[in-house]
Design a protein. Structure first.
Length: 94
């Protein structure tokens, strides 16, 4: 799957089959469902899940919690536009 196909899938009712929970989290976030995205990010207990988890807490404005998850992901705390971070995570995980 590429980013164009992933973005097009946001018109559907559920994430495409076969995605990791981290990508499911990005999908739910792309649909505007922060809670669904958070549940999916929590379900993936590795660095990829932590990265998406960090992004989600940054998006909600909980920067202290986001910092914890960036550390768990082994990533620097992002400071750029949220859309850019979303796209970077997507391209890395695809």
């Amino acid at each position: 799957m590429d980013s164009t196909t992933f973005r097009a899938s946001l018109g559907g009712d559920s994430p495409p089959a076969g995605l990791s929970e981290a990508l499911n989290a990005l999908w739910w976030d792309g649909k505007g469902d922060w809670a669904g995205a958070h549940r999916a990010a929590q379900a993936q207990g590795d660095a990829e899940g932590a990265w998406v988890h960090a992004y989600l807490h940054r998006k909600e404005g909980d920067l202290a919690n986001a910092g914890h998850w960036y550390r768990r992901a082994g990533k620097p705390v992002a400071t750029g536009p949220l859309e850019s971070e979303w796209q970077t995570i997507l391209m890395t995980l695809l």
